[in-house]
Ligand binder design. Structure first.
Ligand code: ZN
Length: 259
């Protein structure tokens, strides 16, 4: 068996286990519950989840999406978050191999995945998780990538600045708040990981993807212009794209702009 294949299987298992923890965070943080105690239990019959029922993705299939006690349906969100985190971990390994960057950017995508799901479900970006993302960025950068500290600070400021500017402009145009403070703080947090240039890339890609989806929703579902949409997931998508392909996109853009 190919070693490479085993490495990717291994990182998928690690990633999906992190995804399983993110599910706990996604469910409990908006309800202000502890993420440590108690162990996972069925919200309907309170039956505690046995360890063999808690294997990411596989247990859901094995249980056919139902609680083993009361047969209540388990949300598809659980295996989907686990699978997405597993795939993101594979993508990070593919991009960074076994390096500190794998740890740093793996942590970033985990925080972004949790925040995106919560934002879609509740229109909120909990401070606790954003602060956790900030602490991870600062601690890991200072410990592992000290030469990057200035970049980190400039990236954070770039994120805060661009989103504040966008909030101000859209407020002037639409005469109401379409962006939350959470979006501004989130952009600052992502900026710490990306540095100033890729943060600008995140902003452009995020606005572009958000506008595409927003316009499609207006056409398809009759949503109104200027209605509040969760912007967190677009910043997250923009952040990951800028991280992985930002340099190539800049070069591609420059080759057009400066022939
Ligand atoms: Zn149950």
């Amino acid at each position: 068996m190919d070693i490479l294949w085993l490495e990717f299987l291994f990182i998928f298992i690690i990633g999906s286990a992190i995804g399983s923890f993110l599910n706990v965070v996604i469910y409990r943080i908006p309800l202000n519950k502890s993420i440590v105690f108690p162990n996972s239990y069925c919200p309907k019959c309170n039956r505690s989840i046995r360890p063999y029922e808690n294997i990411p993705v596989i247990s859901f299939i094995f249980l056919r999406g139902k609680c083993a006690g009361c047969k209540e349906k388990i949300s598809l969100q659980y295996p989907i978050v686990e699978a997405i985190m597993g795939l993101l971990a594979m993508l990070m390994l593919y991009s960074y191999n076994w390096s500190w960057d794998l740890l740093i950017f793996g942590a970033m995508v985990a925080v972004l995945l949790a925040l995106s799901v919560i934002d879609i479900a509740t229109y909120r970006l909990p401070n606790k998780i954003i602060i956790t993302g900030v602490i991870i960025a600062v601690v890991l950068t200072v410990l592992l990538k000290r030469e990057y500290v200035l970049n980190m600070i400039l990236g954070g400021l770039t994120g805060l600045f661009l989103l504040s500017l966008m909030g101000l402009i859209s407020k002037l145009l639409l005469r109401k708040d379409t962006l939350g403070m959470g979006d501004i703080k989130l952009a600052g947090m992502i900026g710490l990981y990306l540095g100033p240039f890729q943060t600008a890339g995140m902003f452009i890609i995020g606005v572009f993807v958000g506008a595409l989806v927003g316009i499609s929703l207006i056409i398809a579902r009759g949503k109104k212009w200027g209605q509040r949409i969760p912007f967190g997931p677009y910043l997250a998508i923009g952040g990951v794209i800028a991280l992985l392909w930002g340099d190539s996109l800049w070069q591609w853009y420059i080759s057009f702009a400066l022939p």
